[in-house]
Write a protein that binds this ligand. Structure first.
Ligand SMILES: [Fe+2]
Length: 414
């Protein structure tokens, strides 16, 4: 995110004295990536950010991964994981792990309760809001987020999730969040950017489409809970399953104490409806739909669009064998043409692993002929290492997706 921004009170010269109205110095923190060699921001705190009074173990949600063996394409019904909605569940500690490897972990949560303050010290997070709405408080400021938002949260950003009651949401839905936790930094695709970082003309989105935090958010501005002590749940490398562990830090002050910041590293929001689809006379491959990337992972989205307009075009995808990747589709809106007949619907995830050629279910190709428009929205994660199954996937696997391409009338029981 090489897009310089400044918010709140910052001194005219970096690394110089910055004082409040009573003459007290603020404490400058550099938050920077790749040592001191990549994007960074400078934040000015009222209190010393290092000051902690306790550290205790946080038992993070189950991070156990099970190999996908025998190798199967899967249909995961995420909504079955939270049949009662999200009362008593928060968007940090309530996440259920779906799929993962050493580069990325994907989890899902339906949340109606406020989360604790949270910091992911392993990598950046990309949280897609399937339904519902929330306020996200961060040390950089706050966001109002809702349906279709990608919330990009850099590694080590202190933040919390405050879901809006389902009755306040336009869809009357609780917060439904699809959480992509990388072990690296999540950025716009390099191919979309100039060598200095600006999004180029051929990019399907540009800087104007990105929402910045409203801030900085001072502790006295956030209401009755602005006490003298706060806890921050830190997810980090450690001795648990997958090498993931958690620690709870207690700070003897409120952690939203930043009076100003500037730089090129900060959380931001991009709504999927601002992605301008690239279409063609014949089928466009997934790289035309790419929206983000990180190490060994790409994120694409399929949005409502005019479809292929060659007179003999076949609008649904050809069968494809992604020999180097596993493909995860999360179906969030509309009617996904190529998957008809498979049982897949809103809230479904399909996993198409490398080693299995996949494509439309029987009949979908023929039905698509002559179509001019697809009303479908899906988020796709492709990984270059095989994905394993989290406890959430094991709990909501439909058990029969591998048979959905079977062309005889009598489909065998799995
Ligand atoms: Fe595919």
């Amino acid at each position: 995110m090489a897009h310089y921004t400044s918010m709140g009170a910052v001194p005219p010269k970096r690394h110089t004295q910055h004082r409040d109205s009573a003459g007290n110095l603020y404490y400058e923190e550099l938050m920077g990536e790749e040592g001191f060699s990549s994007d960074s921001s400078l934040l000015y705190h009222r209190r010393i950010p290092s000051e902690i009074s306790a550290a205790e173990v946080w038992q993070v949600p189950d991070q156990t991964l099970t190999p996908n063996h025998p190798l199967k394409p899967l249909h995961l019904k995420l909504r079955d994981l939270f049949p009662d909605g999200g009362p008593g569940v928060d968007a940090v500690t309530g996440r259920r792990l779906i799929l993962g490897n050493s580069d990325v972990r994907i989890s899902y949560v339906v949340a109606e309760s406020a989360s604790p303050f949270y910091r992911n010290a392993i990598g950046d997070e990309l949280v897609y809001i399937e339904r519902g709405s929330a306020q996200v408080d961060t040390v950089f400021g706050a966001f109002e987020v809702g349906r279709g938002d990608y919330v990009v949260i850099p590694r080590a950003t202190t933040h919390r999730w405050l879901p809006k009651p389902p009755g306040d949401d336009a869809d009357h839905e609780p917060l439904r969040a699809y959480c992509i936790e990388a072990a690296s930094h999540i950025t716009s695709p390099k191919s979309y950017r100039s060598r200095f970082g600006q999004l180029l003309e051929h990019s399907p989105y540009c800087e104007r489409d990105l929402r910045l935090p409203e801030g900085p958010l001072l502790a006295e501005d956030i209401g009755a809970d602005a006490g003298d002590e706060t806890q921050v749940y830190v997810k980090h490398r450690g001795p648990g399953p997958g090498g993931i562990a958690g620690t709870i830090y207690t700070h003897p002050f409120h952690v939203l104490d930043v009076v100003g910041w500037d730089g090129c590293l900060y959380p931001y929001v991009f709504n999927i409806s601002d992605f301008e689809p690239i279409t063609g006379r014949v089928h466009q491959p997934p790289p035309a739909h790419q929206v983000f990337e990180c190490w060994n992972v790409v994120v694409c989205n399929f949005v409502p669009r005019k479809v292929d307009y060659h007179p003999l075009a076949i609008p649904v995808p050809y069968y494809h064998s992604n020999v180097d990747s596993d493909e995860v589709m999360f179906y969030v809106d509309g009617d996904y043409e190529a998957r008809k007949g498979s049982g897949i619907g809103i809230g479904s995830v399909s996993l198409h692993p490398g080693g299995h050629a996949h494509g439309p279910q029987p009949g979908a190709m023929e039905r698509s002929l002559g179509a001019e428009y697809f009303d479908e929205t899906a988020v796709m994660v492709d990984t270059f290492k095989p994905l394993e199954l989290g406890e959430g996937a094991l709990a909501c696997d439909d058990g029969r997706y591998l048979l959905s391409w079977h062309t005889t009338n009598s489909v065998p029981e799995p």
